[in-house]
Design a protein around this ligand. Sequence first.
Ligand code: GAR
Length: 209
Amino acid sequence: MVRIAVLVSGGGTNLQALIDAQAAGKIPGGVLAAVIASKPGAYALERAEKAGIPGYVIPRSDYASSRDMTIALTQKLKELEIDLVVLAGFMTILTREITDAYPNAILNVHPALIPSFCGQGYYGLKVHAEALQYGVKLTGATVHFVSEDCDGGPIVLQKAVEIREGDTPEVLQRRVMEQAEWVILPKAVALFCQGRLRVDGRIVHIAET
Ligand code: GAR
């Protein structure tokens, strides 16, 4: 069994999509073993508790630097014997200590079609506000492996979502979550747990069943 840790900072709707997928038997070969929040009181921790998944808090504010926090987090993941790390709305920048410890074993969901509207500073509603301001007609979500380069790791899955007249960042965020993020994140996690992902440089090959 692939032991999965989900890292969260806020509401945790993507975590919920994973919990629901597991309950529906859609993550064969994997088990949600831990939820780790960067903030105490993150609603995602309540979702974890309801689903019977152990929750932990590693507050960014307890550490002097991102690096110190990353080291503590990586140590916790190893202690919990985690095989796959999923960043699901995790708003803290992590440093190379975690990518060295988990090469091609960290997945992130980003609310845009990478390489558009991504990189440092592009998170949450800001991503959707920028897409609307630019005037793109299609946006979407991306699940990618995490590398040292922020939002720059190999792409696993993407799904496009239409922008509609009158969209606000909030309305667009919700549509991207419903139509893309909550679909492709559980799917990517399942593919990983089934051993169907092979990374060749920037390219992720997906094995047919
Ligand atoms: C999601 O839209 C996720 O893609 C985004 O934050 C939201 C978290 O929502 N992540 C980023 O912007 C990371 N760059 P959730 O807590 O309800 O899953």
